[in-house]
Design a protein around this ligand. Structure first.
Ligand SMILES: Cc1cc2nc3c(=O)[nH]c(=O)nc-3n(C[C@H](O)[C@H](O)[C@H](O)COP(=O)(O)OP(=O)(O)OC[C@H]3O[C@@H](n4cnc5c(N)ncnc54)[C@H](O)[C@@H]3O)c2cc1C
Length: 478
């Protein structure tokens, strides 16, 4: 077996003696291993980085060992949760990936209504275990997205208008710091770190375990999507604006502008047809949900209406196939000042100019409990934003020299057209060419400054910088 020793400053030397990182229990994967290419692949197939070592951890002790090992050798560190970040920050060239993908355990305390979730779990893991007790917490709307990245950046999803963002439901985190220490962060322990973790991303340490508050949800909810023809987009968006203005908190909605995805539940003759869809999930009683969505279903003439009583866990996995691993992706995003007619006109005009039928734009409706939490309660700052948009260029790997060359330009042009209507950005929607200025835009000056001070406390040498980076700054003038 190829093994790794600690010989040589800043270098891993490979031997055939079977030496391992002392004390590391998990799997160590290098370019010589058969599984290397799989282990370095992330959700975005356009990301192609070659780490020197992938350290697949079994628990917090492994994470701490790997952090110390990397620091002693001045190795670049990347941290992998679910591997979904479009910018591919879960992998780095030539350094070490602290890979949490084998740490996916979820255990539920039904009486205390909390779930203990390991740092590499996916949202489908959380939903499966919590729904066994009729409970849930706000998570991402795609089951194969990682808990780690979502929970540390904010966490928007179907339940947020009733139960807040994922960060609002974080009760405690077990964190491996840049020094390799294992600490607990909560409202009582390391409260500054706890504040920073709830929005500040992977800047402050590796979270080996999260504890989330849970709420009764389903198991059956009123959920699904209604699709209309793309030509109706302007009218539907205007009606939708009025519809959501009065929507109850229990109703979460997301607009999708693109083509009809080829899902088995949708008649084949509609597949790939340009369309606007409203996805929805009413998390209260099913009968109340039927009433809450009635007006939505009566808008215009739908191509297809898939809304009805559905298992919440199924709804959470419902669009997984529409955004598979391995396609090439490029994103642009912004929060919106609102859904004024001028915004709607830009959205309806640009959304259907994409060349790839796999590209789409998604608009989340926030508000409700998200807006009710005080702005400085967590490091997620944009509480008053009611709508955002993420413009997702997507194409097949073998189309890099055809649509792959034009599709990112479509996303950039779309964002540029929205310029007068922008109001910050959700940090988890930033791509690799979004610079430091956009990270500051995501937090706003006050939040960024406070995060920079806490970063200086917990990671003064910026060991964790393969992320949407907050530079350490003790001076209070960052
Ligand atoms: C298909 C798809 C759907 C999405 N839907 C939503 C959605 O509904 N709601 C939403 O809010 N966002 C959504 N997102 C965006 C998502 O929040 C980010 O992509 C997020 O970074 C994904 O987290 P991950 O753990 O899967 O990613 P990774 O690429 O593994 O991680 C991203 C970064 O987060 C940090 N990180 C991850 N885990 C840990 C950990 N345990 N400890 C410390 N740092 C860690 C690291 O810095 C890492 O570089 C979606 C993304 C995709 C691709």
């Amino acid at each position: 077996m190829t093994a790794l020793t600690s010989e040589g400053p800043g270098l891993l030397s490979e031997t055939t003696t079977g030496t391992e990182i002392p004390g590391f229990r998990g799997e160590l994967i290098t370019a010589e291993h058969a599984g290397y290419d799989n282990a370095r692949a992330v959700w975005n197939g356009a990301v192609n980085r070659r780490p020197r070592l992938i350290a697949r951890c079994t628990g917090a002790a492994d994470v701490a060992t790997a952090v110390r090992f990397a620091r002693d050798r001045d190795l670049e560190i990347a941290v992998r949760g679910g591997g979904h970040n479009v910018a591919g920050t879960a992998v780095c060239d030539d350094g070490i990936v602290i890979d949490l993908s084998a740490m996916r355990a979820v255990s539920v305390d039904p009486a205390g209504r909390t779930a203990q979730v390991q740092g590499g779990a996916l949202w489908s893991d959380v939903d499966q275990e919590t729904q066994a007790h009729g409970l849930a917490t706000t998570g991402g709307i795609v089951g194969h997205t990682g808990v780690g990245g979502v929970a540390l950046g904010g966490g928007i999803g179907w339940l947020m208008r009733t139960h807040g963002l994922t960060v609002d439901n974080l009760v405690e985190a077990e964190v491996v710091t840049a020094a390799g220490d294992i600490v607990r962060a909560s409202a009582d322990d390391h409260p500054d770190l706890f504040w920073a973790l709830r929005g500040g991303g992977g800047n402050f340490g590796v979270v080996s375990s999260f504890r989330f508050a849970l709420h009764p949800v389903g198991p059956t909810v009123t959920a699904g999507a209604v699709f209309w023809a793309a030509e109706d987009a302007t009218d539907i968006l205007r009606c939708y604006r009025d519809f959501v203005a009065d929507a109850p908190d229990e109703l979460g909605t997301v607009i999708r502008l693109g083509t009809v995805p080829p899902l088995p539940a949708i008649p084949a003759d509609l597949h790939w047809r340009p369309s606007i869809a409203v996805g929805c999930c009413y998390s209260g009683a099913v009968a109340d949900g039927e009433r809450a969505v009635r007006a939505l279903r009566r808008l215009g003439t739908p191509l297809v209406d898939l809304v009805g009583p559905t298992l919440y866990a199924d709804h959470q996995r419902g669009i997984d196939e529409t955004v598979p691993h391995g396609w090439h992706y490029y994103w642009k995003a912004t929060n919106l000042t609102g859904l004024a007619d001028e915004v709607i006109d830009v959205v309806a005009e640009h959304a259907f100019r994409a060349k790839s039928p796999r590209s789409y734009a998604a608009m989340f409706h926030l508000g409700g409990a998200v807006a009710r939490a005080p702005r400085d309660a967590t490091a997620y700052p944009d509480r008053d934003v009611a709508h955002n948009i993420v413009i997702d260029a997507a194409w097949l790997p073998d189309q890099d020299d055809t649509v792959g060359t034009s599709e990112p330009g479509w996303a950039r042009g779309f964002l540029q057209a929205l310029e007068p209507h922008r109001a910050g950005v959700y940090v988890n929607f930033l791509d690799s060419d979004d610079d430091t200025g956009r990270v500051r835009e995501a937090y706003g000056e006050d939040t960024y400054r406070r995060l920079a001070e806490i970063k200086a406390e917990y990671d003064p040498e910026n060991v964790f910088h393969n992320n949407k980076n907050i530079r350490p700054d003790r001076s209070g003038s960052a």
